[in-house]
Structures are given as structure tokens and as C-alpha cells.
Design a protein around this ligand. Structure first.
Ligand code: ADP
Ligand code: MG
Length: 675
């Protein structure tokens, strides 16, 4: 317990340390991720907010640029207009100047002309005179006058020309003046427009400036508030950190405490271990002494049990007789119920009503027609297992053909009989004893037909076997050439049965008929060695399906049929004689009178156990044979062999218990004689 406690503590400590480490890591990761996250968020928000503003600013700039270019164009146009106006002015001035000059010239000419004319006018008398003179002088003056007149006309013409020119110039001047005023008005319009544009531009610029300032201010305010939030977050994280620190401190404290405990633990453990070891050693000592005591008691009890068992067997008798009444089979029409009846209180009684007379038969056990194979075997199994203890056992199925002998011994595939169940039981029993005992189970199958032995498991079916005395001087019988199969598993059993069945079937044309005329023996030998004591035991279980016991009318049988009947009669009556001799304590028991009794002599005599299963058919037509079988059964039941003793040999011992008729123990308990 202490060990487990310390281990738990250690585990807990380890868990806490790991948890502590994990928490630290987590905290660190948390902090960095929180800061990074906040900054990243801030930057992205800032960016997302500034982006539309920047866009707007760019647009405004674009607009300003457009306006400026427009202003420039306008001012260029204005300049052009101004230049144009200047040009016009200059032209006008020039024209004016030219006009003035022309006017001046013309006025000079006019004045000259007027002077000339005045002069001419001032000289009319003269002119008369002159005329007279002219008339006098004539031609020279006249010519001069003509010349002057021509000259005057030319001048007049020139004057009109000049006047016309002047008029033209005047109109031109007017035109120019009008154009100039127009241009001036246009300039004024342009200037106004320019001023307006400039004003607009300025206002726009102002607006833009204001908007820019406002946006910047907004962004700044937001950034400030966000910064504040981040700061608050940071403060929260710091707070968390502060609260976690005490937890960490307690954890560290716990850890240190556990560490100390862990350091102390090996010493505690060692101490506890040594204490536990001492306790365990003490307990082991106690247990082993108790064990010894128990073993001693167990051995004593076992001996007692054996004694009791033997006593029980002795009391029950070594020959037991059971009766099994088979059911009425399908297709058999018979009022069977009235012929065979059972006692409801005593399972050893059977009643037969024969020709109005009620016959009572007392046996060791009567099986109803409804009895199952399993139920029958349960009554037989103690006998079967006793061969493991070294007893020789014979189980016979006796009865007329069709009374159910083969069904009881072999059974059917779905519901096996005593043969297979016995072998399976022996296997399981032997396996249970396995560590202490080493058992070997061998199986032989023999058929006795017309007093000849046939090896059913052999290769050569034509070979006839003989029964001989063992040359080792043990007095035991043996069958030279008899095949013995060592079986190790239920699968082996199946194979052996299959082989035996096949060999029996191949030798005859009608198996049913043949089997009813012959005895079939399954001989199972169980030999064991106790690995610790060296004890050896050997038991033999003989399971015999006897030939049909029906009597054959001598007149109706001849040839081989007669021989068969004689042989069967011989062997069955030999069986009866042997039992009779045993019962009557005859010094001579006629085992040799038949092959069957001779082969089974060591399993019938002395300490052997015998079970006779008398099969009875319930049919009315079989009544007389049923009566015969039951009479035989009662006769057999009154025999008791000597005290059953276990056949066993010590390892070193060379003596063997009696197995032969001549060495038969003379102690026979005889009861009623109703042969
Ligand atoms: P036998 O070997 O004595 O000649 P069988 O064992 O061949 O007799 O039995 C004769 C018939 O009766 C068979 O068909 C068998 O299946 C049937 N039979 C015998 N005993 C029983 C039983 N207890 N339950 C059912 N059928 C049985
Ligand atoms: Mg049969």
C-alpha cells in the first residue's frame, strides 16, 4: 500500500511539473501572440482606414492638377489675347500716326494750295492786265495758266483721293477701335473668369486642406484610442501574469515538496519492502506448513475415500445388471405399453405381462424407453473411470437382435453411445490428472464370429487371431498380432471407430445381419505412471456388443446359419457358465469354453467389475425373448465377485495380482441362485 501511495505521489508530482511547465510555455506564447495580434490588428485597421482617405487625397490632387492646368491654359489664352490686343493697339497707333502724317501733308498741301489760290486771287487786275498782257504776251501766259489749272485739278483730284483715303482710314480706325473695345471686353470677361476660377481653385484647395487635416486628425484620434485599448489589453495581460505568478509559486512549492517526498521515497520503499518481505516470508512459512498439514490430511482422506469406494463397490456387487427398454420405433405397430410397465417408486423393478401373468424382474437399474444416451452413460461413468484407478471392467450389451444393443454401445452419429462417451470421459479424466500422472490410452477392436477372432483395426482382415499366454510368466493373456492404437485426442477416437466400422462392413454382405451374429469388442487399455511416486496402474475397459441372444429353432436352421447359431449359443452359454462357476465358487471356471470368455477372463475374474446391460424390446412379438433376456439378467445379478481390489504394481515389485482363472481369489459372496 505504502509503495503504491508513493508511486501515486510521484506520478502526481510528475504531472504537476509537466503541468507547470506547460502553463509557463502557454503564458509566454499567450503574451507574445497577444501583443503581435494587437499590433497586427492596429496596423491593418490603420491601413484599412487610411486607404480610402489616401485615395480621396489622390483624387483631390488629381483635380487640383487638372484645375491648375486649366488655369494655365486660360492664362496662356489671356496672354495671347493681351498680346493680340497690344498688336492691335500698335497697329492702331501706327495707323493713327500715318493718318496724322497724311493729314499733315494734306493740310500743308491744302494750305499751300489755298495760299496759291489766295495769291492768285489777289492778282486779278494784274491778271486783267496780265490778260491784256497775256493777250499781249499771249501764249506764254496762257500756257502757264493752263499748266496751273492742270496742276490745280491734279491737286484737287489728289485731294479727293486723299480725302477718300482719309475716310477709309477713318473707317478702318473705327473698325480697329471697335475690335479693340471688343477685345477689351473679352479680356475683361476672361479676367473675370480667371478670377472666378482662381477663387474656385483657392476654395477647393482650402477645402482639400481642411479635409486632409480632418482626416489626419480623425486617424490620429482613432489610433490614439486604439493604442489605449492595446495598452489596456496589455495591462490585462500583465494583471493575468501577476495572478498567475502566485499560482506558479504554489506549484513550485508543491513541486519542491513532492521532490522532497520523492527523494525520501526510496528509503521509505526500501523499508516497506524489507518489512513486506519479512511478512511474506513469514506468511509463506505458515502457508507451507499449513499446506503440508493439508497434504497429509488429503492423503489420509484419499485413502479413506478409496476404502469407502471399494466398500461401496463391494456392497453394490461386482456384477451389476441394468435393463434398457428401447422405445417403439416408427413403423412398428404394437400395443407395447401394456406388455412392459415400470414401478413409479422403484427404478429397479420391471413388470412384464406375459399371457395374462404379471412377471416381476428386479435389476440394479431399469431405463425407460425415454432414457437418453447421456442419462444411461451417467449411470455407467463411475465404472468407466474406475479403470483409470487400475480396475478391469466389462460392459456387455445383451439381448435379442433389434433390442437396441448397438444403439446403446455405439449409438448414432448425432447421439453417440457408451463407447465414444467412455473414451471421451477417459480423456478428460486423464488430462485432469496430467501433471501428476502420465497416462497412455490404447484401443483395440475385435470381432468374434463363429469362434474366430478378427482384428478390426488391422490391415489384413483375413488373418485369424489367437489368444495366447504371455510368455513373460505373468500369467496374463495376450493376442499376438492384435492392433493397438494409441489415442491422444477425440479426433483419434473418431478415426479408430471409422476404421473399425469400415473393416467390419467390408467383410460381409449384410452388416446388420452379420453384426447380429457376431460379438464386437472395443478394448481400451489405460496405463498410468505417477510421476512423483512411481506408482503404475493398468486398467482395461471391455465394451462388448454381444451377438443376438434369440434362440433359433433347430429345425429351421441349417448350414452356415446353424453353425452361427451354435457358435452364438456356445459363447453366450459359456458366459453364463463362467458367471455360474464364479458364483458357485467352483475351483474350475470354464473360461476356455468360448473365445469370448477366454479373451475376457482377466476382466471377469477376481477384482474385476462387470456391467450387463440387458436390452429389451417392448414389442409383443418379442415377448418370449424379452422374458429369456430378463431371466438371464436376474441370474447374472445374483453373482458377486470377491472384494474389489485395485490392480497396482509398485515400480520395483515383480509380483502381480491374480488375473488367471487358476489364481482366482476364492472369496466369493454368493446370494440367491436362480439359474
Ligand atoms: P441390436 O443391436 O440389438 O440388434 P439396434 O441397436 O440395432 O439393435 O436397434 C434396433 C433399432 O432400434 C435401431 O433402428 C435403433 O436405432 C433403434 N433403437 C434402439 N434403441 C433405441 C433407443 N433407446 N432410442 C431410439 N431408438 C432406438
Ligand atoms: Mg446390433
Amino acid at each position: 500500500k505504502r509503495m503504491r501511495g508513493a508511486t501515486d505521489l510521484e506520478k502526481h508530482l510528475e504531472l504537476l511539473v509537466v503541468e507547470n511547465e506547460r502553463l509557463k510555455q502557454e503564458l509566454k506564447a499567450c503574451k507574445t501572440s497577444l501583443l503581435q495580434e494587437a499590433l497586427r490588428e492596429e496596423v491593418s485597421r490603420w491601413e484599412s482606414q487610411t486607404r480610402p482617405r489616401q485615395r480621396r487625397l489622390a483624387e483631390l490632387e488629381q483635380q487640383v492638377l487638372e484645375k491648375a492646368s486649366r488655369v494655365e491654359t486660360l492664362s496662356r489664352q489671356l496672354e495671347e489675347s493681351k498680346r493680340h490686343a497690344g498688336e492691335m493697339q500698335r497697329q492702331l497707333e501706327e495707323s493713327k500716326c500715318q493718318q496724322g502724317e497724311v493729314e499733315q501733308q494734306l493740310s500743308i498741301r491744302l494750305r499751300d494750295c489755298e495760299e496759291e489760290m489766295a495769291r492768285q486771287a489777289a492778282r486779278p487786275h494784274q491778271v486783267k492786265y496780265v490778260t491784256e498782257i497775256v493777250e499781249v504776251e499771249s501764249s506764254g501766259s496762257q500756257q502757264a495758266v493752263a499748266e496751273a489749272q492742270a496742276k490745280s485739278a491734279a491737286l484737287q483730284e489728289q485731294l479727293s483721293l486723299q480725302r477718300q483715303l482719309l475716310r477709309e482710314l477713318e473707317t478702318q480706325l473705327h473698325e480697329s477701335q471697335r475690335t479693340s473695345t471688343q477685345l477689351r471686353a473679352q479680356i475683361l470677361v476672361y479676367e473675370g473668369e480667371m478670377e472666378r476660377a482662381q477663387g474656385q481653385l483657392e476654395a477647393e484647395m482650402q477645402n482639400l486642406e481642411e479635409e486632409k487635416n480632418r482626416v489626419i486628425e480623425d486617424a490620429f484620434i482613432r489610433a490614439e484610442s486604439e493604442m489605449k485599448a492595446v495598452h489596456e489589453n496589455l495591462a490585462g495581460v500583465r494583471m493575468n501574469l501577476l495572478t498567475l505568478q502566485p499560482a506558479l509559486r504554489t506549484l513550485t512549492c508543491d513541486y519542491n515538496c513532492l521532490k522532497r517526498q520523492v527523494q525520501d521515497f526510496p528509503f521509505m520503499l526500501e523499508k516497506a519492502m524489507t518489512e513486506a518481505k519479512q511478512e511474506i516470508c513469514q506468511v509463506i512459512g505458515e502457508v507451507s506448513s499449513a499446506n503440508q498439514e493439508l497434504l497429509r490430511k488429503y492423503k489420509r482422506e484419499m485413502n479413506l475415500r478409496k476404502k469407502c469406494h471399494n466398500e461401496l463397490v463391494r456392497l453394490k456387487g461386482n456384477i451389476r445388471v441394468f435393463c434398457r427398454v428401447r422405445p417403439v420405433c416408427r413403423g412398428e405397430h404394437d400395443s407395447a405399453e401394456n406388455m412392459v410397465s415400470f414401478d413409479p417408486d422403484d427404478d429397479a423393478l420391471l413388470y412384464l405381462s406375459n399371457k395374462g401373468k404379471l412377471m416381476t424382474f428386479e435389476l440394479d437399474k431399469v431405463f425407460h424407453p425415454q432414457a437418453t444416451q447421456e442419462g444411461v452413460f451417467q449411470e455407467v461413468q463411475s465404472l468407466v473411470t474406475s479403470c483409470i484407478d487400475g480396475f478391469n471392467v466389462c460392459i456387455f450389451a445383451y439381448g435379442q437382435t433389434g433390442s437396441g444393443k448397438t444403439y446403446t454401445m455405439e449409438g448414432v452419429a448425432k447421439d453417440p453411445g457408451i463407447n465414444q462417451r467412455a473414451l471421451r470421459l477417459l480423456f478428460s479424466e486423464v488430462t485432469e490428472k496430467a501433471p501428476d500422472w502420465d497416462f497412455k490410452i490404447t484401443v483395440s477392436m475385435v470381432e468374434i464370429y463363429n469362434e474366430t477372432l478378427r482384428n478390426l483395426l488391422g490391415d489384413n482382415q483375413g488373418e485369424k487371431l489367437d489368444i495366447k499366454m504371455n510368455p513373460d510368466g505373468s500369467g496374463q493373456l495376450y493376442v499376438p498380432g492384435l492392433t493397438e492404437f494409441t489415442v491422444q485426442s477425440p479426433e483419434d477416437i473418431n478415426r479408430v471407430f471409422e476404421l473399425g466400422h469400415m473393416n467390419r462392413a467390408t467383410a460381409c454382405t449384410n452388416l446388420n445381419e452379420h453384426s447380429s451374429r457376431s460379438h464386437a469388442l472395443l478394448i481400451i487399455t489405460v496405463a498410468g505412471v505417477n510421476s512423483s511416486t512411481g506408482h503404475r496402474t493398468q486398467g482395461k475397459l471391455n465394451l462388448v456388443d454381444l451377438a443376438g441372444s434369440e434362440r433359433i429353432a433347430k429345425s429351421g436352421a441349417e448350414g452356415s446359419r446353424l453353425r452361427e447359431a451354435q457358435c452364438i449359443n456356445k459363447s453366450l452359454s459359456a458366459l453364463g457358465d463362467v458367471i455360474n462357476a464364479l458364483r458357485s465358487r467352483h475351483s474350475h471356471v470354464p473360461f476356455r469354453n468360448s473365445r469370448l470368455t477366454y479373451l475376457l477372463s482377466d476382466s471377469l475374474s477376481g477384482d474385476s467389475k462387470t456391467l450387463m446391460m440387458v436390452q429389451v424390446s417392448p414389442l409383443v412379438c418379442n415377448m418370449s425373448e424379452s422374458v429369456c433376456s430378463l431371466k438371464f439378467a436376474q441370474r447374472v445379478r445374483t453373482i458377486e465377485l470377491g472384494n474389489a481390489t485395485r490392480r497396482q504394481w509398485e515400480n520395483s515389485s515383480t509380483t502381480s495380482s491374480p488375473t488367471h482363472d487358476s489364481k482366482l481369489r476364492p472369496i466369493l459372496h454368493l446370494h440367491i441362485t436362480t439359474f
